[in-house]
Every structure is written in structure tokens, then in C-alpha cells.
Design a protein around this ligand. Structure first.
Ligand code: SF4
Length: 362
């Protein structure tokens, strides 16, 4: 069967989500990779048609919000012309998160080529258009960062030539040669589709996953679950407060990057290759390069007025918490019990109560 299952509501360019603050379009960037030119163009589109800011997603993608309910043809044409819709039938399944610093600094291997090959193979298989929009591939360059995300299938490099296939579990993997990894992952995704029967994730088919993990060995384990901030390997690594990149910030990032790469991290950050010398310019726009900043500790769901379920303006209240110096440990504010966008790992969870104050939920 091709097409979208009714309950799969993950948005895309061709199927926006209608939120309280207008239509939301989600753009997939395999491995989080884009460049300064595309980022500048998207920021101009967000300003012209939407609510101006670009929203970074927890899978290293970008969202434009506040768009008209029916997207103007010129908007669709411009996004498509940027090369961000290479396969319309597969746009919502190109969910591939990768170690943001791969090929820049650290890691056991440069996995950028593997990410590109996995994306190519994914969109070349017509049946895989039916993967759930929530299904996530991770490609970890060995440092154990993105294998800490809630993923379905993944690869963790052990060296430039070999690694482990991860099947819903970051602790164990099946040894594989690096040059076969994309092919094996695509084969597993096809098998999952065959046994899926309505399941969203590999974890929903534990017997199938356990069978496929036969021969698995212990994985190296998880590293820091975020990219370090500041100058890294000649790049600038910055956190984007609350994951909303303003037009002024996007303009400076685009100027610093030029035609070079910009990587959107799954932790609401950007890595600007070759941008270490321009960190003061980036920080001057409000981007954060210091691990000790309260902004790198606080996150919030979209909240009011963007979400119909929200009981609070979570982002404004997060700004208030930072302004009064009240954030001392990782903290996430949610407008309701769904806790969208909550970080992986230990954190203080503040959930808006029915009326008035937040409830603390650790
Ligand atoms: S946590 Fe609740 S209020 Fe916040 S974005 Fe999700 S559904 Fe909306």
C-alpha cells in the first residue's frame, strides 16, 4: 500500500500541520546538513510568509510556522528549488540523525558519506514511503551521541571501515562492514514494514527486533548527549535559545557559512563549519557558545499561542526563568502533559497545571 496511514500526522512540506498560529511545515535534513545559502533562503521565506523564525527540531530538521493554511505556490516552488524536496513521496520518512561534528572533529569515522548513501537508498525504494513518519535512523560516528536518541535503526562506527548495526537498542549491535551498513539498514527497514501491522517503532515489535539482534555484541556505550559548544575543530558550535532562529541570527550564520555547510543538531544547535573565528559575531546575535549559559540548560515546548493544547506561554516563561537567574540544571517547560520536545536524560520537568502554576514532574 502506498500513501499515508490516517493516524500518521507527522507534517511535511506537502502536508502541513494546521496549528493555532498557522500552518507548520517540517523540512527533513538528513544528518542535519544544510548550508549558508539554503539557510538564508529559508529565513527569507519564513519572514515573507510565516512567523519569521526558523524552528530547529529534535531530529536536526527545520520548521517554518505561522504560514497560510493553503501554502502559496510560490512558497512551495522556492522550497523545492532549494533541493529540499528530492522525493515528494518520501519526504516525511527521510528522518536520519547523525553525529553533527562528524568529519569536523573527533569520532571514529567520517559518516557523512554513509548518511548520503542511506538517504539515496531510502528514497529509491518506493515501498519505504510507507515507513511511519516517526521512524528514526541514526548514524553515529562512534562518539555515542545520536545513538542516545530514541531511534529505530542505526549504525555506530567503530572505525572507518566497520561498525555495528543498532536495532532499537544502543547497548548492542550486529557487526557490519561500513560499506554494507546502508544496504543492511534499508533491508531491515523493509523487513520492519512487512511485520509492522500498525506499529510505529521497532520497539513495538520486540520479538522481531530480538531475532534480528542475534549475534550482537556490546556497543561502546553513550557519550555526551549533545554537541559541545564553542570553537570545535575550526567550526563554531552554538546553541539556539529555545530552538527558534531569528532572521537576524540566520543572516549572520549565513554570512559566516557562505556556501559552506551548516549542521542543525538534534539538540537545537548549529555547527557552522570554519566559523570558529566568527564566534563573537554569532554570540552578539544571542546565539549561545558557553556551556555554562542558562540558555543551554532550558528548553520549552511550543506552548501558547502556537499549540491548541497549551495551558501556558511556555517560551515566554522560559525567558522569564532565564532572566531571573532561576535555571541551574537542565529544565524543560511543557504546556500540557504530553511534554513535547523534552530532552533525553535527567532534567527538571515543569508541566503547566490546569490553571496557574506549573507542576514539578521529575
Ligand atoms: S507539550 Fe502540550 S502544549 Fe506543549 S506543544 Fe506539546 S501538546 Fe502542545
Amino acid at each position: 500500500m502506498s500513501g499515508v496511514r490516517p493516524a500518521d500526522r507527522c507534517p511535511g512540506l506537502l502536508r502541513p500541520h494546521q496549528a493555532e498560529d498557522g500552518a507548520v511545515v517540517r523540512l527533513r535534513l538528513p544528518g542535519g546538513r544544510t548550508d549558508g545559502v539554503k539557510l538564508a533562503a529559508l529565513s527569507r521565506l519564513a519572514l515573507a510568509y510565516g512567523s519569521a523564525d526558523l524552528q530547529l527540531t529534535s531530529r536536526g530538521g527545520l520548521q517554518l510556522r505561522g504560514l497560510p493554511p493553503v501554502l502559496p505556490a510560490a512558497f512551495l516552488a522556492e522550497v523545492t528549488a532549494l533541493g529540499l524536496l528530492p522525493a515528494p513521496s518520501h519526504e516525511r520518512v527521510r528522518n536520519i540523525a547523525a553525529s553533527p561534528l562528524t568529519g569536523i572533529a573527533g569520532g571514529a569515522a567520517d559518516v557523512r558519506g554513509l548518511v548520503a548513501e542511506l538517504d539515496r537508498r531510502l528514497i529509491a525504494e518506493p515501498a519505504l514511503a510507507d515507513l511511519p513518519g516517526r521512524f528514526l535512523f541514526v548514524v553515529d560516528d562512534g562518539r555515542g551521541d545520536v545513538s542516545g536518541l530514541a531511534f529505530d535503526l542505526g549504525y555506530q562506527a567503530l572505525s572507518p571501515t566497520n561498525g555495528l548495526i543498532l536495532i532499537g537498542d544502543p547497548r548492542r549491535g550486529v557487526p557490519v562492514a561500513a560499506d554494507r551498513a546502508a544496504q543492511v539498514l534499508i533491508g531491515l527497514a523493509q523487513e520492519f514494514l512487512a511485520v509492522r501491522a500498525g506499529a510505529w517503532h521497532v520497539a513495538d515489535r520486540p520479538e522481531w527486533a530480538a531475532e534480528r539482534r542475534r549475534g550482537a555484541v556490546a556497543a561502546p556505550g553513550l557519550g555526551p548527549l549533545a554537541a559541545p559548544l564553542g570553537p570545535v575543530g575550526g567550526a563554531a558550535s552554538v546553541h539556539v535559545p529555545l530552538g527558534f532562529l531569528t532572521p537576524a541570527q540566520a543572516a549572520v550564520v549565513a554570512r559566516v557559512a557562505g556556501t559552506g555547510p551548516v549542521v542543525v543538531t538534534p539538540w537545537r544547535g548549529l555547527v557552522v563549519a570554519g566559523g570558529a573565528g566568527a564566534l563573537p559575531d554569532l554570540v552578539a546575535t544571542g546565539l549561545v557558545a558557553a556551556e555554562t549559559s542558562a540558555w543551554s540548560l532550558v528548553s520549552a515546548c511550543v506552548g501558547a499561542p502556537g499549540c491548541v493544547k497549551a495551558r501556558a506561554d511556555t517560551r515566554q516563561q522560559a525567558r522569564d526563568l532565564v532572566a531571573c537567574g532561576a535555571v541551574r540544571e537542565r529544565t524543560h517547560l511543557s504546556g500540557c502533559g504530553r511534554r513535547c520536545g523534552a530532552p533525553v536524560g535527567p532534567h527538571v520537568e515543569l508541566v503547566a497545571a490546569g490553571s496557574g502554576p506549573y507542576e514539578l514532574a521529575r
